[in-house]
Design a binder for this molecule. Structure first.
Ligand code: ADQ
Length: 723
């Protein structure tokens, strides 16, 4: 049976040692429900921290043995590890930063070091258990380095990652000293999933700015791998909540709640204790509502349910004190002998109690300052079997994307919360039902079951795409075949692009000169009897002549307007440069308003380079550039060509094609190899005979037969030819 290994910080079990015996019970969370419903029957294994620190080795072994019978595999952590990795880096660095609480974010090296080593420990545990055809699904911000660590050990295994919290804007991520490592860690996965498209957008912006990668259409090529990026809004077990009010136990609780609260309306607030949830703001708004609308006194109550959480983290203790104080103040101010404004429960409640509260509440007040998704909002909606009730929802919660029929508020605007409460308390029943009906339809469909199924389906697809990609990769067998064919042939033609193929792209094109080894190697290949080694470049003739002066390589410069054969330069057509005068001022304007960009002037073309410019700005400028130049270029019969972080303008009608055709027909070649990396090389690949070795440097759709990842690999292939 196919297996899924679910790796998360915490195992879905509670373990205790009672009188030297191991006692544990499974806590069925949403994730387990979703995975249990998958159509394909997978064997599910869980890997994570069991939540206790057994002192004796014997206890560890017993726990391990007991848990493994339920396919649960503990990763034991010491108190120090939990202090620095979990309470530290996870909850004092990533959690506040990713929820936009920069002022709470601690950048401590010791936290980071522990985070790295615990991720490593998780990796070792997973590797012990994993089999080659397993699916590994890593969860959440505690384990962001794990996908890459696993990838190094298990290069061909399917790995998915899902982030349960927001992915913040680049401006936040850039403050983190270890931003690069975290992003690289995530890109070890085949699929990285988020709750919303907004988080996905932030992530793509971060990887393009920090890692210099270019995600396109929800995909990014990271060295030789494709990583799929997508949004999967997490749902709930709709049926469980929707049917709850029909259970006898819940029915009883609903009745007794109602008796307690009388006719008054109930506003419900349910959260884990956390500063991101906006609990204080909610209390302040409730206070203001009673002040501004005194007629509600005695008529409404706030049922404030807070689940203890992360109490060891200082901010949480302070928040708890502040909540206690604020509840005390409000109750002290308004309570009378027949009415209490706020019922405050600081504890976890079991499902039936929670379901009864959801069912009874007239209004749910869900106002997080930031929240990855927020399942409470969805649970409340699902629990409303009779469709009566109003949801007030923060626009900062991921769930607001789907629940448009809630009353949406900005949690920092207390007036908007007061207005929303007033509107909700006055809303006619038909309106409540209409809104609730629409929201129920949405969350019934986007359930936890669908969420898990969608994620696994996309993961499997990305994996298949990766396999197809790997099939095109120049592997050792292909390398050997190239070498053998080259050695056994008499007449060999080697066509090579220069930038991005023989040398990597660097910020200044003038500095990308060939080093001594490269010059020597190309010269040797070009000098062999019967061999021609041709460099085809968009670069300026003068520049190429200087670098390859005296070398035995042949050169096609400036996209085919010049070529050098046996040291003699020939111009393919007579070209005028008068157009430059007209075009240069336009281009200069773009240089002025795009810091880091510059113009490169060649004999018959002008290039606008923007590699050093801000990615977002240059994207915008490229579109403006095209719009501004399309008319003058058409008028002057010029072509606009988009290359790798460069736009070139050149006289129309010149192309590498003619030069390539010329070389292809020059002799009766029995070995042809062409290597290139950019769009202009795609035409070259198309012109080659079928048996030629065409290789694209980089990944993505191509006319070439093979792909490889870098100019370093190109050199390795050339090196073996000349050995
Ligand atoms: P959380 O921050 O924990 O989750 P949320 O999505 O609201 O936030 O989930 C809370 C869960 O706890 C709900 O299922 C709720 O029923 C339960 N709960 C709350 N109060 C309770 C109480 N007093 N007793 C018992 N149960 C209670 C993180 C992210 C969220 C994201 C989820 C899932 O912060 O943004 O939605 O993961 O990805």
């Amino acid at each position: 049976m196919k297996r899924i290994l679910i790796v998360a910080n915490r195992l879905p079990v509670n373990v205790k040692i009672v009188n030297d015996e191991i006692v544990f019970h499974q806590s069925a969370g949403g994730l387990a429900t979703g995975l249990n419903s998958l159509e394909v029957d997978y064997e599910k294994h869980w890997i994570g921290w069991p939540g206790i620190y057994p002192e004796k080795q014997e206890h560890k072994e017993k726990i391990q043995e007991a848990l493994e019978q339920t396919l649960t595999h503990p990763v034991f952590l010491s108190e120090k590890e939990v202090l620095h990795y979990y309470e530290g880096f996870s909850n004092k660095t990533i959690w506040p930063l990713f929820h936009y609480f920069l002022e709470y974010t601690q950048y401590k090296r010791e936290f980071w070091e522990e985070y790295k080593s615990v991720n490593q420990a998780f990796c070792e545990e997973v590797v012990k258990i994993a089999r080659p055809d397993d699916i590994i699904w890593v969860h959440d911000y505690h384990l962001m380095l794990l996908p890459q660590l696993l990838r190094e050990k298990l290069p061909h295994t399917q790995i998915g990652f899902f982030l349960h919290i927001p992915f913040p804007s680049y401006e936040l991520i850039r403050t983190l000293p270890w931003r690069k490592q975290l992003l690289e860690g995530l890109l070890g996965a085949d699929l990285v999933g988020f709750h919303t498209f907004e988080y996905l957008r932030h992530f793509t912006s971060a990887i393009s700015r920090i890692l210099n990668l270019e995600p396109k259409l929800g995909r990014v090529y990271n060295e030789n791998r494709i990583v799929q990026l997508d949004a999967f809004p997490m749902g709930i077990d709709y049926g469980k909540f929707n049917d709850a009010s029909e259970q006898p136990e819940v029915k009883g609780l609903v009745r007794s709640f109602r008796e307690n609260f009388g006719k008054g309306k109930i506003i419900l607030s349910v959260d884990r204790l956390d500063y991101t949830k906006g609990i204080l703001q909610r209390l302040w708004a409730f206070d203001r509502l009673l002040k501004e609308h005194p007629s509600y006194k005695g008529q409404i109550s706030l049922l404030l349910l807070v689940v203890p959480s992360r109490y060891n983290v200082d901010n949480y203790k302070a928040l708890k004190d502040e909540i206690d104080k604020t509840v005390g103040n409000i109750n002290g101010k308004y309570t009378n002998l027949t009415w209490t404004p706020i019922y405050y429960l600081y504890r976890s409640v079991h499902f039936e109690q929670l379901a009864a509260m959801y069912y009874n509440a007239d209004v749910a007040l869900v106002t997080p300052l930031r929240d990855g998704m927020n399942l409470v909002a969805k649970e409340f909606v699902a629990s409303k079997k009779n469709e009566k009730g109003v949801l007030i929802l923060s626009e900062m919660a991921g769930s607001a994307v789907e629940l448009c029929d809630a009353i949406c508020i900005n949690p920092n605007d207390l007036d908007s919360i007061v207005r929303a409460l007033h509107e909700a308390l006055q809303m006619p029943e038909e309106d409540q039902k209409e809104r609730m009906g629409v929201m129920q339809k949405i969350i019934r469909k986007q359930s936890i079951q669908k969420w898990a199924k969608d994620f696994i389906a996309v993961l499997e697809n990305s994996y298949l795409r990766q396999l197809r990609n790997e099939e095109k990769e120049v592997c050792d067998t292909v390398k050997q075949k190239i070498k053998d064919d080259y050695k056994s042939s008499q007449k060999r033609l080697i066509l090579l692009d220069y930038d991005g193929t023989l040398v990597p792209y660097i910020e200044s094109p003038q500095k990308a000169s060939p080093d001594r080894d490269l010059l020597q190697m190309l010269n040797d290949i070009g000098s062999k009897a019967g061999s021609s080694c041709v460099i085809l470049s968009g670069r300026d003739r003068g520049n190429l002549q200087k670098w390859f002066d005296g070398s035995k390589v042949q050169i096609v410069a400036e996209y085919g307007s010049w070529f050098r054969e046996d040291q003699q330069w020939t111009q393919t057509c007579e070209l005028s440069d008068e157009w430059k005068e007209e075009i240069l001022p336009y281009m200069q304007e773009f240089v002025d308003k795009t810091p880091g960009s510059f113009i490169e002037e060649k004999s018959h073309s002008l290039g606008w380079h923007y590699r050093k410019s801000d990615a977002w700005l240059s994207n915008l400028r490229v579109q403006e550039f095209m719009n501004a130049l399309i008319y003058p270029c058409t008028k002057l019969n010029l072509e606009i060509i988009e290359g790798n972080k460069i736009i070139e303008i050149r006289v129309g009608g010149i192309s590498k094609d003619e030069a390539i055709e010329k070389w292809l027909h020059k002799d009766n070649w029995d070995f042809i190899m062409a290597i290139g990396d950019d769009q202009t090389d795609e035409d070259m690949f198309k012109l080659l005979p079928e048996k030629a070795y065409s290789i694209k440097v980089g990944f993505g759709a191509t006319n070439a037969r093979y792909n490889l990842s870098s100019s370093q690999e190109v050199r390795e292939i050339l090196q073996q030819l000349h050995e």
